[in-house]
Write a protein that binds this ligand. Sequence first.
Ligand code: GTQ
Ligand code: FE2
Length: 372
Amino acid sequence: MSATTSSPVTLQTLDVPGQPTPTPELEDLYRGFERELLIPLWTEIGDLMPADPRPTATGHRWRWAALVELARRSGELVPVGRGGERRAIALANPGLGGRPFATPTLWAAIQYLNPREDAPVHRHTQHAFRFVVEGEGVWTVVDDDPVAMRRGDFLLTPGWCFHGHHNQADTPMAWLDGLDIPFAHYTGSTFFEFGPDEIADRSSPARSRSERLWSHPGLRPVAQPEPRPSSPIAAYRWEHTDAALADQLALEEEGHPGVVEPGHAAVRFTNPTTGGDVMPTIRAEMHRLRPGARTTTRREVGSAVWQVFDGRGRVQVGEREWPVERGDLVAVPSWAPLTLTADTGLDLFRFSDTPIFERLHADRVRLEGAST
Ligand code: GTQ
Ligand code: FE2
């Protein structure tokens, strides 16, 4: 049994092993700790130093249909503009004390723009991306480069880039935002600035300047030799992601390597200047399961959020399993055993905070049946 997590310490912590005999003197000692804002390790150790991770965040599933409906009603009632900045509605993990945090490090939100509506230009140190599960018509303008958003696209807004969004269409659009807001919040590392009042470049090109410079497979501009902490690719287009996954599964059928495991293809979005993750705090991947495929149960240090892009299946996190369909989101806490089952062909987008733990040499993975 782990110790209580709440201070002050009391004699009720006695059911924790290794506790002293309760006496009036001990009670007095504990009141002294309380007065001086001190907490001894011996009452907290079970909670703070468990044998393996015991995150307070829990596994949870959010239904896209419910999110979209609430976002649509927000679109009727809540304007977008300076101050509030975005009509973004965040997933709040039930284990994280009512904060708008999907996991201890990751923010995940549905953002919604009405037809012809703008979200104002700003910048912040938090790293951000967009993933589009349905719709089109919005351009996100990142450092004055307009970037089209369409179904299946994965778009980057690395920290401290100015960005605003505008909907050029006569239909509303909703998408997924992912950021490292909770990580930046807990570590006291956030800076924020308003940008110009108007989005300068309101053009709507099919391809951004960033893509024209950086999105040619296996090629990089010779004049840009420096590694960058975040990927310079503003948008990873669905046609490329889809083709990579389809080819992986086709190669498997032909008897060649490449898939994660039988019936499970996956690709990671990378920074072409380093070959590493797209941003310093966020890893992003796309997974494809054949109909009927089931993944090996896997634990990983660090937390993740998954979104179903297409198909139907089940996501099991620890003891709980949820049916999922297009757009549904699941938060996966650190070290929680995760198993995916595909009822139809199943495409899933995943983002995680793994780069943080890799950088700290605190990353670990355990597959079911393996020892570490
Ligand atoms: O689109 O710039 O969901 O700054 C949270 C913070 C979206 C954005 C969010 C943001 C944005
Ligand atoms: Fe932003």
